[in-house]
Every structure is written in structure tokens, then in C-alpha cells.
Ligand binder design. Structure first.
Ligand code: ZN
Ligand code: ZN
Length: 82
């Protein structure tokens, strides 16, 4: 198994938190956000956690989907399923 080089997001994902890996991860996250930020509103999957999380949409259906997820998560946790 080859370990990704320092200064790559892949290495960061493996758990390395050195300066170069953090910088690579930050750059990649910024790029990813920028890509999503350019998506036209009608292409956002509203009413889903993808819309809320990845597209950073805060419309009512998206907020509802996020809230419903966490409601379900807490219920599963209370039931001892997590
Ligand atoms: Zn590193
Ligand atoms: Zn939305």
C-alpha cells in the first residue's frame, strides 16, 4: 500500500495534519466550494442534505431535510442503534 505524499489532500485524509497537508486540504476544500457556488440555483437538489451541506443552500426545504436527518439521528442514538 502506497502512502500519498505530503502536501496532498489524500495524505491529509490518511490522518496527517502537517502544515503542507493542511494547506493542500484547505486549497482543495476551497476549490470544491467554489465549484458548488457556481451551480445555478435550479440545479441544486432542494429538500436534501446535499442541497444544505454541499451546496450550502439555506432554503426552507433544505433546512427541513437537514433538521429531519438530525431528528432521526438523535432518535437512533436514543434507541441505542448508533
Ligand atoms: Zn503531511
Ligand atoms: Zn434549497
Amino acid at each position: 500500500m502506497t502512502i500519498p505524499q505530503h502536501g496532498t489532500d489524500a495524505r491529509y485524509q490518511r490522518g496527517c495534519k502537517c502544515g503542507r497537508c493542511i494547506a493542500a486540504h484547505t486549497a482543495r476544500t476551497r476549490e470544491y466550494r467554489a465549484r458548488y457556488a457556481t451551480v445555478p440555483d435550479k440545479q441544486i437538489p432542494h429538500g436534501t442534505r446535499t442541497g444544505y451541506g454541499a451546496y450550502r443552500c439555506r432554503c426552507v426545504p433544505c433546512k427541513g431535510a437537514e433538521a429531519a436527518y438530525w431528528r432521526g439521528y438523535r432518535a437512533r442514538k436514543r434507541a441505542g442503534l448508533i
